[in-house]
Design a protein around this ligand. Structure first.
Ligand code: OAD
Length: 233
């Protein structure tokens, strides 16, 4: 592994599946009984804020009933022990990576335990319920919303992600269907930069052809095995 120094890891809903959090594009295409477009668009928030806020309140409350699985723990170990560059980019809005101990981590699609003020743009930690009309402590506007990147909105930290992909030697995608851009395009960007690319997923993703190697199986098994090999002396 001497030729690998900088690693970018992209994770999606599949890495949290074994912790008991539903993926987005599971059987029936429903997410916890809702179509994604009914709870994950700016239009849905404007049309039915009570539904959208209640949906994310329920997802936030559900975090208390789940724990990190061996895949999250393995990535936290990688973060702790890998001496080279590492960026873990997650599309997930749960907090299982950080609860496992990962630090070099970015939530590109926002976070359940965060609120965003639609008036002043401040993001703040928000562990409890967030009813519509909640007051922003910074600007006083009744404009707090779930800090989730909805379809049509710009994901967070794209500059940092682009920088990391541009100098990656290894790009690893874990538990994501490859259906949502820009994350689905990271593999091609990493290839342009000369990175080796590896996919760890239950089934082939939409962009599977872009990967040098695909390993199929549950993340809770594949990720610890991959990290073990990478860190082996
Ligand atoms: P998806 O639900 O689209 O895909 C989950 C992927 O994980 C699928 O390819 C599954 O086969 C795979 N999978 C399921 N269980 C697994 C396991 N135990 N081990 C390994 N892989 C497993 O979820 P994402 O790709 O994360 O956006 O979805 C991307 C974005 O779409 C989400 O971040 C969300 C959604 O709209 C926002 O919330 C903004």
């Amino acid at each position: 592994m001497q030729d690998i120094r900088n690693i970018v890891v992209l994770t999606g809903a599949g890495i949290s599946a074994e912790s008991g959090i539903a993926t987005f594009r599971g059987p029936g295409g429903l997410w916890e009984g809702h179509r994604v477009e009914d709870v994950c668009t700016p239009e849905a928030l404007a049309d039915d804020p009570a539904l959208v806020h209640a949906f994310y309140d329920a997802r936030r409350a559900a975090l208390a009933r789940v724990t990190p699985n061996p895949a999250h723990l393995a990535l936290a170990r990688l973060d702790e022990e890998w001496g080279g560059g590492l960026l873990i980019v997650t599309q997930n809005v749960d907090d299982l990576h950080e609860r496992a101990g990962a630090r070099r981590l970015l939530h590109m699609h926002g976070a359940l335990q965060s609120a965003l003020c639609a008036a002043c743009g401040v993001r703040r930690r928000w562990p409890g319920a967030l009813p519509p009309g909640s007051i922003c402590p910074d600007c006083g506007a009744a404009a707090l919303r779930p800090d989730i990147v909805f379809f049509g909105e710009m994901p967070y930290a794209m500059d940092r992600i682009e920088h990391a992909l541009g100098s990656a030697d290894l790009f690893v995608s874990i538990g994501t269907s490859g259906a949502v851009y820009p994350a689905a395009g990271f593999v091609q960007r990493a290839r342009q930069a000369g990175a080796r690319t590896l996919e760890l997923n239950l089934e082939r993703s939409a962009g599977s052809a872009w990967f040098d190697e695909t390993r199929l199986g549950p993340a809770g098994t594949l990720v610890p095995a991959w990290v073990e090999t990478l860190l082996a002396p």
